[in-house]
Design a protein around this ligand. Structure first.
Ligand SMILES: [Zn+2]
Length: 200
């Protein structure tokens, strides 16, 4: 199983046989992002603004990210994974003393003194939004080939968008439907409504 970019469908996919599950194209293991930038810029169009933080229902690909509205469709930019080193408290009892204390009971009396806490560095993987300033918004298309999990759904490929409770289901003419759900407070529903009224 690998994660690859389908330039035809403007989406990263999880694939077992190296083909895009939607268009069946054979996908190269790696692409040169610079080569695809011009094409993606033309497809994505002008970035109109941020709609909000959303969760995409899918497996094996990043689920949380930010949805943007563009002149040609909807762009999903997943959160990035960052490894952070933090100090955590750990018990520093040596296994030798633990075993010795079990085998020889007088040592049990001493064990609280042998057990001490110490701080150790540990790596944690965290997910955080990629923040784009107003001036950087037009760089969005370039993230498509550089951030695994990003995708773009063009207006031409949207058959319908329906709301089901707090989820929005985007039915595509080509490819499987995409279900998204806002994960932060904000005017996401109004933004989506505006997109439906003005773009579709
Ligand atoms: Zn495809």
């Amino acid at each position: 199983m690998s994660i690859r970019l389908c330039q035809e469908c403007c989406q990263w996919v999880s694939t077992r046989d190296g083909r895009c599950p939607d268009c069946q194209d054979v996908l190269p293991e790696a692409i040169d992002p610079a080569e695809s930038d011009t094409g993606f810029r033309a497809i994505v169009g002008e970035v109109r603004g941020r709609m909000g933080h959303v969760r995409v229902s899918r497996r094996k690909l990043p689920t949380d990210g930010i949805l943007y509205m563009t002149s040609s469709g909807l762009f999903f930019l997943p959160y990035r994974s960052v490894t952070r080193r933090r100090l955590v408290e750990q018990s520093a009892t040596s296994p030798f003393w633990t075993i010795a204390a079990v085998l020889w009971s007088p040592l049990m009396f001493l064990s609280p003194f042998l057990r001490r806490r110490e701080l150790r560095e540990k790596d944690f993987v965290e997910h955080e939004p990629i923040r784009l300033g107003k001036d950087d918004l037009q760089l969005l298309p370039e993230f498509l080939s550089r951030v695994p999990g990003a995708f773009f759904v063009s207006i031409r490929n949207i058959r319908s968008i329906r709301q089901k409770r707090n989820r929005w289901i985007i039915d595509r003419s080509f490819g499987s439907s995409v279900t998204i759900q806002p994960i932060a407070d904000g005017p996401f529903a109004q933004e989506m409504q505006q997109f439906l009224e003005t773009r579709l």
